[in-house]
Ligand binder design. Structure first.
Ligand code: C2E
Ligand code: CA
Ligand code: CA
Ligand code: CA
Length: 397
C-alpha cells in the first residue's frame, strides 16, 4: 500500500472534493468535520487503525466532510479499486443496505449544520424521501427472499407445463416445465419476479432441485398416461437451469437421483440453459459437456438476446437452439427482425441443430416460422403453460 505523511494542520481532503481513495491511520490523529459559512462541527476524532474517507468511494458522491491532520500523521492509502471491486462483488442486498446507511450518515452529517436554513430543510425532506424509497426497496427484497424460503418449505410452488409441438403437424413432442409460485400474501407471483432474487441468494439451488424432481416425476406420469391409452409417442421434458445451479457440486447427483427415482431416461430430459450461463466460461462448458455425456439433451435458451451469441456456438455442443420470443413477436412487424430470425434458424440448421421457437401467438407467426424451416414451436397459439390436469387432457386429446 501507498503511504503518505501529513504535517500538523495539513488538510487531507475537503468537503466537496471528489473521493477517489480512503485512508487508514497508521500514525497520528485526524479530525473529520463539516463546515458552513457560520460554523464548524467536528464529526470524529480518529486515531491509529481507523479508516475514513471510504464513503465517497462506495457511493461515488463528493466528500461530505473535510479531514485534517491534528498532529504529524502517516496514512495508508486504500485505492478506489480495492474498495469498489469488493463492493460490486457483494451481495446485492448488502449493497443496498450499505448505500442506504451511507445516505443516513450523510444526511445526519449535513443536518448538524444550519439547522434553521430553509433550503436545507427542503433538501433534507427530499433526501429523507430517497432514503425511505431505498429502505423500502431493500426491505422488499429481504421480505421476498424470506417469503421464498417459506414458500419452498410450505410447498407453495407448482410446475406448469407448456406444450412444444412439431411445426409440420402440430403434434406434441414435449413440455417445458415452468415454475409458478402461489404466495398466500402476494397471490400468483411470476417467475420473472422471483427467479432473479432466488439466483442472487442461491435459493435457486434448492428451488431448482425441487423443479428437477417435479419435472421428472411429471414426465413419468405423462408417459404412464400415454402408455395406458396406447399412444406410442416420444415425449421430452424441458427444464430451465440457472447458472448458479451449475455451480452446485451436487447438481448431477441430484439430477441422476431424480431420474432414477422416477424411472425416466436422461434422453427425455432437455436442460435449457441461457447464454448468460454460457458466459460463465469454462465451468459452464464443462457442465454442458458432462450433461450430454450422461445422455441429457441441452437446449440453448433465449438465443440472440444475450451477448456474443455466435462465437459461443462454435465452442458448445448443444442439441437445440431456442429462438427467443422477442424475435417471434417482432418479425412480422419489422423486416430486419425477420431477416435476423431467418439467419438464426438457417445457421442452426447448418449446424444440425433443430430450432425451437417460443412465443408463437398467431397463425401468421406460425406460418412465417414454418416457411423459415423452424422445426419446433411453443406459444399461446398452441397452448399456454398448463396445470397438470390440463396437460393430461392436452396429451390425450
Ligand atoms: P423462458 O424460459 O424463456 O420461458 C418462456 C416464457 O414465455 C414463459 O414465461 C412462458 O409462459 C412464456 N410464453 C410462452 N408462450 C408465450 C406466448 O405465446 N406469448 C407470450 N407473451 N409468452 C409466452 P414464464 O413462465 O413467466 O417464465 C418466465 C421465465 O422465468 C422463463 O423464461 C425462465 O427464464 C424463468 N423460469 C421459469 N421457470 C423456471 C424454473 O423452473 N427454473 C428457472 N431457473 N427459471 C425458470
Ligand atoms: Ca426456457
Ligand atoms: Ca426462452
Ligand atoms: Ca425468456
Amino acid at each position: 500500500t501507498k503511504k503518505r505523511r501529513y504535517s500538523p494542520g495539513e488538510v487531507i481532503f475537503s468537503q466537496g472534493d471528489s473521493g477517489n481513495c480512503a485512508f487508514i491511520i497508521e500514525m497520528g490523529r485526524v479530525e473529520v468535520f463539516v463546515t458552513s459559512d457560520l460554523e464548524k462541527v467536528v464529526l470524529a476524532n480518529l486515531g491509529v487503525g481507523e479508516i475514513f474517507g471510504e464513503m465517497s468511494v462506495l457511493d461515488g458522491s463528493p466528500r461530505s466532510a473535510s479531514a485534517v491532520a491534528l498532529e504529524s500523521a502517516e496514512l495508508a492509502i486504500v485505492s478506489n479499486e480495492a474498495i469498489s471491486e469488493r463492493f460490486e462483488a457483494a451481495d446485492p442486498i448488502v449493497r443496498l443496505l450499505i448505500t442506504m446507511l451511507l445516505k443516513h450518515v450523510r444526511f445526519s452529517n449535513r443536518s448538524v449544520l444550519n439547522q434553521t436554513d430553509v433550503s436545507r430543510s427542503v433538501s433534507r425532506l427530499l433526501e429523507a424521501d430517497a432514503i425511505a424509497k431505498q429502505k423500502h426497496e431493500a426491505l422488499d427484497r429481504l421480505r421476498l427472499e424470506s417469503d421464498l424460503k417459506q414458500g419452498l418449505q410450505e410447498g407453495q410452488f407448482q410446475l406448469h407445463f407448456q406444450p412444444i409441438v412439431n411445426m409440420l403437424d402440430r403434434q406434441l413432442v414435449g413440455f417445458e416445465s415452468l415454475i409458478r409460485w402461489h404466495s398466500p400474501n402476494r397471490g400468483l407471483v411470476r417467475p420473472d419476479v422471483f427467479i432473479g432474487i432466488a439466483e442472487e441468494t442461491s435459493l435457486i439451488v434448492p428451488i431448482g432441485r425441487w423443479v428437477i424432481e417435479q419435472a421428472c416425476k411429471h414426465l413419468s406420469l405423462f408417459k404412464k398416461q400415454l402408455e395406458k391409452h396406447r399412444f406410442p409417442q416420444a415425449l421430452f421434458m424441458s427444464i430451465n437451469i440457472s447458472g448458479r445451479q451449475f455451480q452446485d457440486p451436487h447438481f448431477f447427483n441430484h439430477l441422476l437421483e431424480a431420474i432414477k427415482e422416477t424411472c425416466t431416461s436422461p434422453k427425455d430430459i432437455k436442460l435449457e440453459v441461457t447464454e448468460r450461463t454460457l458466459m460463465q466460461g469454462a465451468s459452464a462448458l464443462h457442465m454442458i459437456n458432462k450433461s450430454r455425456k450422461l445422455g441429457f439433451q441441452v437446449a440453448l435458451d433465449d438465443f440472440g438476446t444475450g451477448y456474443s451469441s455466435l462465437s459461443y456456438l462454435s465452442r458448445f455442443e448443444v442439441d437445440n437452439l431456442k429462438v427467443d420470443q422477442s424475435f417471434v413477436r417482432n418479425m412480422n412487424k419489422d423486416r430486419k427482425v425477420q431477416v435476423i430470425t431467418k439467419a438464426i434458424i438457417d445457421m442452426a440448421m447448418g449446424m444440425g441443430l433443430p430450432s425451437i421457437a417460443e412465443g408463437i401467438e398467431t397463425e401468421g407467426d406460425f406460418e412465417t416460422l414454418k416457411q423459415m424451416g423452424c422445426e419446433f414451436g411453443q406459444g399461446y397459439l398452441f397452448a399456454k403453460p398448463l396445470s397438470y390436469p390440463q396437460a393430461i387432457s392436452y396429451l390425450l386429446k
